[in-house]
Design a protein around this ligand. Structure first.
Ligand code: IPD
Ligand code: CA
Ligand code: CA
Ligand code: CA
Length: 266
């Protein structure tokens, strides 16, 4: 494997294995409590315990690295930063929908170089490290290489997103509806799922107007190593600017032109 990050990728898989056991047990037994955050989104004890589990492993074996997680914020300062979304898709998790995942990324000087997305209720995992290609499988040993689609016409393309509300808030509701008119089909697979589908070529592009670093960091190496592009809606290399467009690369500029967001958000 041609990468400087082999040990970090292995560690991310080991941490994902540990967290999967915790989250899947709680999900299957519906054994968790739900609270509402100040932004009115749900959070469970499973989100918090999953992040703590990853943090405690990192504090033992990566003592110098800094950590940023959705539920417990930022600790330490280092050019090497682990970025964690303990459960991406908490709304699905609390409703018993199996489309949720733990996202673990390593950034070096702000650039995501390792990403692991583990979705135990779907029995799926996706990962990449800089220079390795992108893979899916149950474990590192059982990996299948993945790549983005070859679709190069908007009218033949499949587009996935999470929810319409963010598009409305950014004044992009009409562009969004126009875009869905242009494509072959639109699906709201949502959350990490849209982006992993782009990486494995089942969806041609995914976009989201409101995302945080922890939502995007693990997805960036997976999309790029699968041969795709990941930018903000302003067209700046991602993760950047609190929003995202991930594509097979061939449709990227056409979608940006269509949305007009390079001019309005750039
Ligand atoms: C959410 C998902 C969703 C995005 C929201 C996020 P969470 O993450 O990533 O796709 O639209 O903005 O908050 O809270 O389920 O980790
Ligand atoms: Ca959340
Ligand atoms: Ca998230
Ligand atoms: Ca989360």
């Amino acid at each position: 494997m041609n990468t400087n990050y082999t040990d970090d990728l292995r560690l991310a898989h080991i941490m994902a294995d540990t967290v999967d056991r915790l989250t899947l047990t709680k999900f299957n037994a519906h054994d968790f409590t739900v609270e509402t955050k100040p932004d009115l989104t749900p959070v469970t004890d499973a989100d918090r315990e999953a992040e703590q589990l990853i943090r405690s492993q990192l504090s033992r074996v990566r003592t110098r690295d800094s950590v940023l997680g959705e539920e417990f914020g930022s600790t330490g300062t280092s050019p090497r930063q682990w970025v964690i979304d303990p459960i991406d898709g908490t709304k699905n998790f609390v409703r018993g929908v199996p489309v949720w995942a733990t996202l673990i990324a390593l950034l070096e000087h702000g650039k995501p170089v390792v990403g692991v997305v583990s979705a135990p209720a779907l029995q799926r995992r996706w990962w990449a490290a800089e220079g390795t290609g992108a893979y899916t499988g149950r474990s590192l040993a059982k990996a299948k290489r993945i790549s983005v689609s070859a679709v190069n016409r908007l009218e033949d393309s499949s587009f996935s997103y999470s929810s319409l509300s963010g598009w409305k808030e950014l004044g992009l509701r009409d562009s969004f509806i126009d875009l869905t008119d242009q494509v072959w089909r639109t699906r709201a697979y949502g959350d990490f799922w849209s982006y992993c589908m782009v990486a494995e070529g089942s969806v041609d592009f995914a976009a989201e107007p409101e995302l945080n670093l922890h939502d995007m960091a693990a997805l960036v190496p997976i999309i790029k190593e699968a041969g795709g592009s990941f930018t903000s809606l302003a067209g700046v290399e991602g993760p950047h600017g609190g929003n995202a467009l991930a594509s097979n690369g061939k449709l990227h500029q056409e979608v940006l032109n269509y949305l007009g967001t390079e001019k309005t958000m750039g």
